[in-house]
Design a protein around this ligand. Structure first.
Ligand SMILES: [Zn+2]
Length: 326
């Protein structure tokens, strides 16, 4: 994903500038970060544990964190790599262990900057009598940077979506719910320039348009980089306002109003693949972190409490979404 700085608010721009200054001026790793860098080795927990699941709508932040730990332990897993096959095996095995119906959707991205790349979207489908679909999404590929394990980007959101799947697959829902794990969100080139990005979400949206199922998707909710400590989730300005409203008002009701804030930021991400096809979509993301797309995006940056807060908002907003899309 990429921030569109020209539309960021003043606070966000200042914060981005500070992040950049910190990268330039104080970005040397601490010794513990240095030793684990590139190995994907688990590091000592930096943050307090996640709250008890009874306090976060049944969503278990510790379980979500465990998934992040496992994905980081795989090491780098960019699209087309040996590592991503292990990440796929892990995600599929976890979903099946939750009793989810899992579809592995293999496809080729024929003209990436590195040539033809085999990719796989993984979609857990929870049927219901109602044909309308609520679609959750996260990418699971990591950016093609040497030694980059992507604990926050994309481990955190993948862990949250897996834990959400555990809850949703085990119960009856009023609407059909799909959870999509996208391959190939990251650009192969160092910089983000269309069409070298969002391969997986574009593929899913295109295939659903072809089959006619896309019109059944009434809401698409993307999570990406939901692991930092002291997170700030701004309203992503491309997102569909009513959908953002449901998520942000749920957060406010749960007491997370200082985390899900009302100022805006424009981010290009997997939700655009659906917005461009007129599917209401929203993105929950905190891109304002100094370690973004650096080898410092390691497990010690992921706060289990942030995973729990994100999951709490997602699970508690389901009834409101179901009312809206029925
Ligand atoms: Zn990224």
């Amino acid at each position: 994903m990429r921030p569109r700085n020209r539309t960021l608010g003043r606070v966000a721009m200042l914060s981005a500038a500070l992040s950049f200054m910190c990268l330039a001026a104080c970005g040397h790793p601490s010794s513990s970060e240095g030793s684990a860098q590139g190995t994907g080795a688990p590091q000592a927990a930096t943050f307090p544990p996640a709250p008890a699941p009874e306090t976060t709508g049944g969503f278990d932040g510790a379980r979500a964190y465990k998934h992040v730990e496992q994905l980081v332990a795989i090491g780098p897993h960019p699209a087309g790599s040996e590592g991503i096959r292990r990440a796929q095996d892990y995600i599929v095995a976890q979903l099946k262990s939750f009793g989810c119906l899992v579809e592995e959707q293999d496809f080729h991205a024929p003209s990436t900057p590195v040539g033809d790349v085999a990719m796989k979207n993984i979609v857990a489908k929870i049927p219901s009598a109602n044909p309308n679909i609520i679609l959750y999404g996260s990418h699971y590929d990591t950016k093609r940077i040497a030694n980059f394990v992507g604990a926050d980007d994309a481990g955190s959101s993948t862990g949250v979506l897996l834990e959400l799947a555990r809850l949703l697959c085990a119960r009856k829902n009023a609407e059909t719910i799909w959870l999509a794990f996208f391959d190939g969100e990251e650009a192969f080139n160092p910089n983000w320039a269309d069409p070298d990005n969002t391969y997986g979400s574009r593929q899913l949206a295109a295939s659903l348009a072809l089959s006619g199922d896309l019109r059944r998707v009434k809401a698409m909710i993307l999570v990406d980089m939901v692991g930092p400590t002291n997170p700030v989730f701004r309203r992503e300005t491309n997102s569909t306002p009513w959908l953002t409203d449901i998520l942000w008002s749920t957060a406010a009701r749960l007491g997370y109003g200082r985390i899900f804030v009302n100022d805006g930021a424009e981010i290009e991400d997997d939700h655009l693949s659906f917005l461009k096809r007129n599917v209401p979509a929203a993105d929950i993301i905190d891109l304002d972190v100094p370690y973004w797309h650096t080898t410092q995006d390691t497990l010690d940056k992921v706060d289990p409490r942030t995973l729990a807060i994100t999951g709490h908002v997602l699970i508690e907003s389901v009834p409101e979404l179901e009312k809206r899309v029925k």
